[in-house]
Design a binder for this molecule. Structure first.
Ligand code: FES
Length: 570
């Protein structure tokens, strides 16, 4: 077997001398003699608290690599703390993917173990690995344990939204709200709801990119380190088998990921991330595939935000394998995992240990609960809604639009006593797409007007060209494409227009006479709110970002460049 790393280390000329000499630093004498060099792409960072424990995980991976005869090499890569980075972590997902891709390609490695957790980290790692297409495997960092406040479990994110709405509605004091803060994050690990981080860890396994059985293991559980160790050993075997992301992540794998996404009630953010990963691999995946494959799949997992449990409950109840075993007939049996064996084989015999947390197929939480894709004169290229997180009585709705031109405009006016809004209104927030904000922030789950909260209103139809947190809930139509800032019709809507939502009919329309609609121009206030960055990454991003319906990747990053680098550095 000819190793890629031997292009650097093989031979007895001056260049190979330089590559070896600088890397020796205590490595065994035979380290450059046919042993695979495996990078551990590590997103551990104190500023990404959800991933801070990954350095310990990396040590177990490293032990496994050594044990199987490889050489482990720690490779710190760009990390993104969802709650910390401004203006939104999504602005930096493609930057992280691009930087990681180039470092994987530039360095003398034969395979990579990808360590991620917090929302954007697993997507960016998978995008990078797909574009380099070296053998790769993911270890998801795992969720934190369940926190409690005054005897009640706390779900990260979801309960922040719920408690803050209670403060605004007058049913909880702000003092009690702040007291709950120290109970929210109980342990190491990422958010413990079925938010984006939990979803993407499970998606990585459903795609076949995780050693089966690891995704969803809580971060403090010793079985995570055991799995990390086994993954290190597997990574060495991947080199020998020449099993690459393009070998594993086929269209069949994306089919299975979409089935899994619906069955677990996963985050809407998975739609843009899966589309972006598929784009890197050249897999023909479209927004409509999510509706076609996933919308009839039953919701089986009773976790926040769609239900009540948290990831610790999910793991105890049997996790992803027990869930997928319930919908095994819907899975594509040809999809394989990093082991080289079919995913359906890995889930054989998986049992549900708690039927309140993971429902049996004949007792689902909701029938047909996958992502629905809407089209109409407000969203010609599509928009999505997660019916499992929405109010059933709002899935068919007519209401007058109340339009906001930016998130700042929204915050300035939503509690204005003069704002004409009632429970039947449709809140429209624009200028929050990939290009307009820039970075497509998680603002679509707009807080309801305090005056309506006080009246007991807990949900309204909301429409936005941005995203919403995977921990959020409500009748929210999001990822509207094209976005307002890219010339989408959302830019033409005015307060008072009648908007018609028909989720069963998959329609989202505004009722304005055709001649009046044709004569409208984008609202000047909205145009004024659009960002126009003049340098750096933000400018590059705004010039090249694509719309949500294709994954919001940069146009020049779609596809793969492989792992070859033909020129020497000296
Ligand atoms: Fe990191 Fe939620 S903030 S996963």
């Amino acid at each position: 077997m000819s190793l890629r790393s031997s292009q650097w280390y093989g031979g007895d000329d001056r260049n190979s001398y330089i590559h070896r000499a600088w890397m020796r630093r205590g490595l065994p004498a035979d380290a450059f003699n046919g042993r695979p060099h495996i990078a551990i792409a590590n997103t551990a960072s104190d500023l990404t608290p959800c991933n801070a424990h990954l350095t310990e995980v990396a040590r177990s991976v490293s032990d496994g690599i050594y044990e199987a005869g490889g050489i482990p090499l720690n490779l710190p890569v760009v990390s993104l703390g969802e709650t910390q980075v401004r203006p939104t972590a999504m602005l930096w997902r493609n930057l992280a993917a691009m930087a990681t891709e180039e470092m994987l390609r530039a360095n003398p490695i034969d395979a990579v173990v990808l360590l991620g957790g917090c929302d954007k980290t697993i997507p960016s790692l998978l995008m990078a690995a797909s574009s380099v297409d070296l053998p790769a495997v993911v270890v998801p960092g795992g969720p934190m344990l369940t926190g409690t406040f005054r005897g009640q479990p706390l779900g990260c994110g979801t309960d922040v939204w719920r408690l803050s709405e209670e403060v605004r509605g007058g049913t909880m004091s702000n003092e009690d709200f702040i007291t709950s803060e120290s109970s929210m994050i109980r342990s190491r690990g990422h958010c413990n709801t079925m938010g984006t981080a939990s979803t993407m860890g499970l998606m990585a396994e459903a795609l076949g990119m995780v050693l089966p059985g690891i995704a969803g293991t809580p971060a403090p559980d010793s079985r995570l380190l055991e799995g990390a160790h086994a993954t290190g050993r597997l990574a060495v075997g991947l080199v020998e088998a020449d099993r690459r992301p393009s070998t594993v992540m086929t269209r069949a794998s994306f089919h299975n990921a979409i089935v899994a996404l619906a069955a677990i009630g996963g985050s809407t953010n998975a739609v843009v991330h899966l589309l972006a990963i598929a784009g890197r691999l050249g897999v023909d995946l479209s927004l409509d595939d999510f509706d076609r494959i996933g919308s009839d799949v039953p919701l089986l997992v009773n976790l926040q935000p769609a239900g009540t449990g948290l990831m610790e409950d999910f793991f105890r109840a049997g996790g992803l394998h027990a869930t997928l075993a319930q919908v095994r007939d819907l899975l594509d049996p040809t999809a394989i995992t990093v082991t080289g064996r079919p995913l359906v084989e890995a889930i054989t015999g998986a049992q549900v240990w708690d039927r309140e947390v993971i429902r049996l197929r004949n007792e689902p939480l909701i029938e047909g609960a996958g992502i629905a894709v809407l089209r109409g004169n407000l969203a010609p290229d599509g928009a999505i809604i997660k019916p499992a997180a929405a109010s059933a009585d709002l899935l068919q709705h007519r209401g007058h639009a109340v339009v906001f031109d930016s998130i700042e405009d929204f915050h300035a006016r939503i509690d204005d006593p003069d704002l004409e809004v009632d429970a039947s209104s449709v809140l429209v927030l624009r200028g929050c797409g990939p290009r307009g904000y820039p970075g497509m922030p998680e603002v679509a789950n707009m807080p309801l007007p305090a005056r309506l909260l006080e009246q007991g209103v807990r949900d309204m139809v909301r429409i936005c060209d941005g995203r919403m947190s995977g921990t959020a809930y409500g009748t929210v139509i999001l990822h509207v494409a094209p976005e307002a800032a890219a010339g989408g019709p959302l830019a033409l809507v005015r307060t008072g227009d009648v908007i018609v939502l028909d989720v069963p009919g998959r329609r989202l329309d505004v009722e304005v006479p055709a001649d009046e609609w044709a004569a409208r121009t984008p609202a000047p206030q909205m145009l004024a709110a659009i960002a126009h960055p003049t340098r750096g990454w933000e400018q590059l991003y705004v010039r090249h970002v694509q719309q949500a319906n294709t994954g919001a990747d940069l146009d020049f990053l779609v596809g793969s460049s492989g792992s070859e680098v033909s020129r020497e550095s000296h």
